[in-house]
Each structure stands twice: as C-alpha cells, then as structure tokens.
Ligand binder design. Sequence first.
Ligand code: PMP
Length: 407
Amino acid sequence: APALDIDKIRQDFPLLQEKVYGKPIVYLDNSATTQKPQVVLDTLERYYKHYNSNVHRGVHHLSQVASEEYEAARDIVAGFINAREREEVIFTKGTTDSINLVANVFGRGVIKAGDEVIVSAMEHHSNIVPWQIMCEDRGAVLKVIPMDEHGDLIMEEYTKLLSDKVKIVSVAYISNSLGTVNPVREIIAQAHAHNIPVLLDAAQAIQHMPLDVQELDADFIAFSGHKVYGPTGIGILYGKREWLDKLPPYQGGGDMIKTVTFAKTTYNVLPFKYEAGTPDISGAIALGAAVKYIQETGLENIHAYEEQLMNYAVEQLSKIAGLRFIGNPKHRSGAISFLVANIHPYDLGELLDKQGVAIRTGHHCAEPVMDFFCIPGTVRASFAMYTTKEDIDRLVVAINKAVSMLQ
Ligand code: PMP
C-alpha cells in the first residue's frame, strides 16, 4: 500500500485548492509543469524578504547568507541524484538550457566534420534542435534510433548505429509525449562499450523514480526545476567531472573566470566555470526546498503510488468507446497519451477544460513522434504525487461528456 498521505500532500499545494470555472481543478498537466508546495513559495519569499543579495561576491553579511543557501541547494541536489562530487552539479535555466550547454561545448570541444551524434525518435524538440544546430555548424551528422508502433525504441537498430564515428548519444529517460520508459541502462552500457558518452534527458524521469547518477553511469543528466515542484527558470546539468573539466566553457562573463586581461583570460573551477553571470539565486534555493520536499515524501513511495494511478487510469480510460492509446500503455510512467475516435485532440481539450480538467493537447514539442503515428497530436494526461483516483474519475466523466457533445 502506498505510504503517501495524499490528503496531506494536497493541502501543501495552494493551487490545488483553486477553482476553474467554479469547479475544483483537476490538474493533469504535470508533465508540462508541476504545482508548487507551500515550502517552495515560502523559500522564495524568505529569500527576497530577508537575505536578497548577490552570491559569491560580497563580503557583507547578506551576500554570505545568500551564497551559503545557494551552495546548500547544490548540496541538496547533489545528494538527491547521488553525484560523486557537488562540483558536478551545475545550475542552469532548465533542461533546454542544460542540453544546449552540452551540445555547444561538445561541438566546440570534440566534434569534427563527419562525426555523428545519436538521438532517438521520441525526443522532445529540446533534445533534437540543439544537436542539429551544432551538427550543422561542425559538419557532423545526426542519427536517430527508430521506434516501433508501440512507441518503443528498436534496440537492434541502436546497436547498428554505434561506431567510432559516434561522439555522443543523447536520449530521453522517459518520453514526454508517450510516457515510454526507455532502457537507458542498456543504452548507456552499449555506448560505453564504444567509449561514447551519454546524455540523459531526465526531465520526465527525475520526479517519478529514484535516479542515482553513479549507478546509472550517465555522463550528463539534464532536468528542469519546474517539473520537480520547484520554480521555473532554474534547472540542473549534472556532468561527470572528467568531461566538465576538459570541455571548453559555455557562456563568458562574471563568476566563470579566474583572471581576466585583454591578452588572456583563465577560467574558474567547477561548478563556476559553467555558471556565468548572476544566477537564478532564489530559484536555486527554492529548487533545493522542492527537492527536500520530495525526499521527505520519498521517491520510492511516489513511484509506487503513481504506478497504481497509471494502472487505474489505463483500466478506466480503456472503457471509453473509441479511445486508443498512443504508445504502449503497459510500461509507461508519468504520462499517458490517447485519442478518442476521430475527435481532434484540441476540441476534446477545450471541452475538458470547460469542465475544470486541465490536460495537454497537441504535439507536446515532439513533432516527429506525431508524424510517425500520422496524427496531429494527442491528448495527454500526466500525473504528480498529488494526483488522485478521483482526478482520473473526473477525467473519464469529462471525456464521456465531451464525446457525447461532439458526436
Ligand atoms: N525534455 C523533455 C523530455 C521534456 O518533457 C521537456 C519539457 N516538456 C523538456 C525537455 C524541456 O524542458 P524545459 O522546457 O523545462 O527546458
């Protein structure tokens, strides 16, 4: 039985007490962003009210407190993902920013004309376009691991793509459009057998299951604060020190330097080398608070609870006439995508919204996935630790009502 006190958890999230069109909100768009617990809101307010100040600069008291809290947040995140060293945790703006950082410095530091980069067929645009930009710049080639009609990667094809030309593999741990949990351990093991580093886009994994970077042995991991109950504008890049030390810097500016002259600049040590300029100080500290909140709840508990929810959702949604799942609903996590009869997802989404049910419709920033299935988009319901069976029941009722209005 899940060890989560859902009623108590829901009380911690002020937004869940809100109404939409006079109805209690059913928030099933957690893959897009999660709601924030009161501790995160309090942390933001406490920073601005009591110790707002720039970090790593001032000799004065406020700056010291801000710097300590900012660095304490780094320790919390390092512990959360079990990083070997805290210096391997870089604060970024989010997943997109983290992937752009790696694509940029890898491109400038490693990639030569004719080299190859591997992504998968189910990537979010933010794990496609940065690599395309870099490949175009360097004369490199982007290769794609194909998927089958169930939305599963075809691993035999991946094996065939691996060669000495491949310099990095970058794949999603969990697909945001289909919910597919990819066999990342196998992906990493095969890449490492060829000495190829792997970046994991963990934007949809980190909030749903325990993730240990040492056990996974991924070389880079990217995720967003706002999808793990933290604020927008802050995210994480984890990178193995051996890579971050030898790759060139990304942005230039304050904090990332050791000494500057017009003749020659030397760069700061990790993690500051990759944190140019004033960072999102309040965001980082509040992300630390969000991670602590997750740790207190326990990712094992959250995972077990959300698995039950997913099974329940599959069971209940399956009863709707004309509903078909996009992707195999058997091994999905966090999100479930579907279509109903020939109803356009957008029309369904609008009618669900009017009933207070927030889901996402469209291509979910994964246009190649929609092209693969020859569909304009899907309806996606996605879960968080505060989602309930009642939310799913209300979703089902709302879909049935919408369908009867549209048909
Ligand atoms: N990758 C995946 C798998 C995602 O789900 C998302 C967000 N939908 C992103 C990357 C991009 O995250 P962000 O917009 O927070 O940078």
